[in-house]
Design a binder for this molecule. Structure first.
Ligand SMILES: Nc1nc2c(ncn2[C@@H]2O[C@H](COP(=O)(O)OP(=O)(O)OP(=O)(O)O)[C@@H](O)[C@H]2O)c(=O)[nH]1
Ligand SMILES: [Mg+2]
Length: 302
């Protein structure tokens, strides 16, 4: 970066109800797959920082867990992460699913905002609307619960409207140094990224109540040369679940489910880290860990 150019930064928090597409938006804006995405609500469990540096401006996005009704200690931690994230940022982006009605968690959320000159409403999933007039109805519904500074319709999966989002945030950027190196796109440690890739595959492959009780830890990571001299990364992971019966579902018939999750995760690890990967996954039971502070802390979710 030319020393004579004034640098700017914008801190943006991404909030909204569960499953609205917040993490998808983060990944799309940053241009890297940092946050796990799934069709199941409550995919994101902690704050995740994504960084985009475009010329003089550095955007720092904070993805947060979706708003929902707290059902256990883990939920309480997740909701606390959201309320902390809206303090002291330049922009709050409220991401909504424009096919859904305004919900109570969203109303609680907007009621917690302290000022209203920096809250942008992002109406996501416009690709699902058959009649674009529905957008106007949605806009009216949301405008009645809050005085948004801007409203931007987008479709993250169609990459539609993302430039408008960035242009809009740019207006809120303040002069100041870049807080991250210009080539860095997240503050997530590599092991956390790895664990999240595995958890995402499990979320997508499993049904019912099993996925939400899953946590993944990375036990070891090491690099060596394969027989042909090419580098290979050995990764050992443990997938925790809450019940013995869940363990059976996770492993699947003759190990089929665990193999599927492992093979999908390995492919993503290889693409992301651009190295051949040998992934070993183990399954363990930790009864009711989502209500145990010690375990929540252990998994880095406090
Ligand atoms: N059709 C459509 N689906 C989308 C769009 N954006 C996201 N999705 C889907 O919506 C689902 C939820 O996406 P996420 O990004 O995980 O949502 P989230 O808001 O981070 O969810 P939580 O972390 O659970 O709060 C996934 O299946 C996405 O593929 C969109 O623009 N159009
Ligand atoms: Mg998410």
């Amino acid at each position: 970066m030319d020393k004579n150019i004034t640098t700017k930064n914008a801190f943006v928090t991404i909030v909204g109800r569960a499953n609205a597409g917040k993490s998808s938006l983060l990944n799309a804006l940053v241009g890297e797959k940092i946050a796990a995405v799934s069709s199941k609500p409550q995919t994101t469990r902690t704050k995740i920082t994504g960084v985009l540096t475009k010329e003089a401006t550095q955007y720092v996005f904070i993805d947060t867990p979706g708003m929902h009704k707290a059902v256990n200690k883990l939920s309480e931690h997740m909701l606390k992460a959201v309320s902390e994230s809206v303090a002291d940022v330049d922009v709050i982006m409220l991401v909504c699913d424009c096919t859904k009605k305004v919900s109570q968690p969203e109303m609680n959320l907007v009621a917690s905002f302290r000022k209203n000159d920096n809250v942008i409403l992002v109406l996501n999933k416009t690709d699902l609307l058959s009649d674009k007039d529905e957008l106007i109805t949605k806009l009216a519904e949301y405008s009645s619960i809050y005085d948004f500074a801007e409203v931007i319709p987008v479709s993250v999966t169609q990459a539609d409207g993302l430039d408008t989002v960035l242009r809009c945030i740019e207006k809120y950027a303040a002069e100041g140094p870049h807080f991250f190196p210009d080539d860095k796109f997240t503050d997530q440690p590599e092991r956390v990224l790895m664990a999240e890739m595995i958890r995402e595959k499990a979320l997508n492959d499993l049904n019912d109540e099993v996925p939400h009780g899953i946590a993944v830890t990375i036990e070891s990571v090491s690099e060596r040369d394969a027989k042909d001299g090419s580098p290979i990364m050995d990764v050992t992971a443990t997938i925790f679940c809450e019940k013995e019966s869940h363990k059976g579902i996770l492993i699947g018939k003759g190990g089929s489910m665990l193999r599927k999750i492992g093979s999908e995760a390995r492919q993503e690890l290889e693409e992301f880290f651009r190295i051949k990967v040998n992934l070993q996954c183990w399954v363990k039971v930790k009864e009711g860990w989502r209500n145990r502070e010690g375990m929540i802390k252990n998994f880095g979710l406090d």
